[in-house]
Design a protein around this ligand. Structure first.
Ligand SMILES: C[S@@+](CC[C@H](N)C(=O)[O-])C[C@H]1O[C@@H](n2cnc3c(N)ncnc32)[C@H](O)[C@@H]1O
Length: 253
């Protein structure tokens, strides 16, 4: 739906400006004029379609950026290469609405401390990206077993490469919703607000009593975490701890 709205806003704005150029209302040259008007029209249309606000600047700059790039006279293969790399990194983000960004070092250290206080077990990072979090934690906690599941090809390949030689860590490519979470003691999620309700139902359906779901930053709507850990980093990252088997409460340790 958000993607359909975005395409509709851009396409309709292009049609409106093309008609205006044909009718002599808007000049074709200099090119920045119709490009800026298209950006403005796309932003207004996106507002009318009730797109989320962060889409608006993207709509505004998209076609003007294309016009600017045309002026650079780059070989078309550069555009193809940029498209292929972006697709390999973000893969199904348009559907999952979870892009790639990585857990920072201080948050990884806070998670390590939290796990070290528990009996050794098995942690699964759902959407493991380049595996940087898993590599940091797995090196510190050799008694724990760590797994990661990542859907995007390029981050997955990077994670395979960077995880080589770490005995207690393995990563695989796939959809974490299709995986089995029943033998997992801790699920770690750094996703987006979009999949959290579905993550919670899967966790409640599959995870054992005593297990923990840790969400970096994103709350599960309508569910109280049993504990919040505020990390001493610049963005004051919150680790939210949930007890899936009990539906909500618990001790959080
Ligand atoms: C924000 S990144 C977090 C990376 C890593 N866990 C970390 O904390 O550094 C989220 C990752 O989840 C992946 N992802 C989103 N939905 C997924 C799914 N259903 N199955 C597997 N991976 C998924 C995305 O491709 C993205 O790389």
């Amino acid at each position: 739906m958000p993607l359909a709205k975005a395409l509709a806003a851009q396409f309709l704005a292009c049609v409106i400006i093309a008609v205006a150029i044909k009718a002599g209302i808007v000049p074709l040259r200099p090119i920045w004029q119709p490009a800026l008007l298209q950006g403005l029209a796309a932003s207004l249309l996106a507002t009318a379609l009730r797109s989320e606000r962060w889409w608006l600047p993207i709509h505004f700059v998209f076609v003007p950026a294309l016009a600017l790039a045309q002026g650079l006279h780059l070989h078309p293969l550069w555009y193809l290469a940029a498209f292929v790399i972006t697709a390999l990194v973000f893969w199904s983000s348009y559907r999952t609405r979870v892009p790639l960004y990585l857990t920072n070092r201080r948050t990884a250290a806070a998670l390590t401390e939290l796990l070290a206080a528990r009996a050794p077990g098995h942690m699964l990072d759902i959407g493991s990206g380049t595996g940087s979090l898993l590599q940091a934690v797995a090196r510190q906690l050799p008694d724990w077993r760590f797994n990661g599941i990542e859907s995007s090809p390029l981050p997955y390949l990077v994670s395979r490469w960077l995880s080589r030689g770490i005995e207690n860590l393995s990563v695989r490519r796939g959809d974490f919703f299709a995986a089995d979470w029943r033998d997992v003691d801790v699920v770690y999620a750094f996703l987006s607000p979009v999949p959290m309700t579905r993550v919670w139902s899967k966790a409640c359906g599959e995870m054992r009593p005593g297990s923990l779901l840790i969400s970096n930053s994103f709350e599960i709507p309508g569910v109280q975490p049993v504990r919040r850990i505020v990390v001493d980093d610049r963005r004051k990252t919150e680790l939210l701890l949930y007890r899936p088997a009990s539906g909500k409460g618990g001790t959080g340790r």
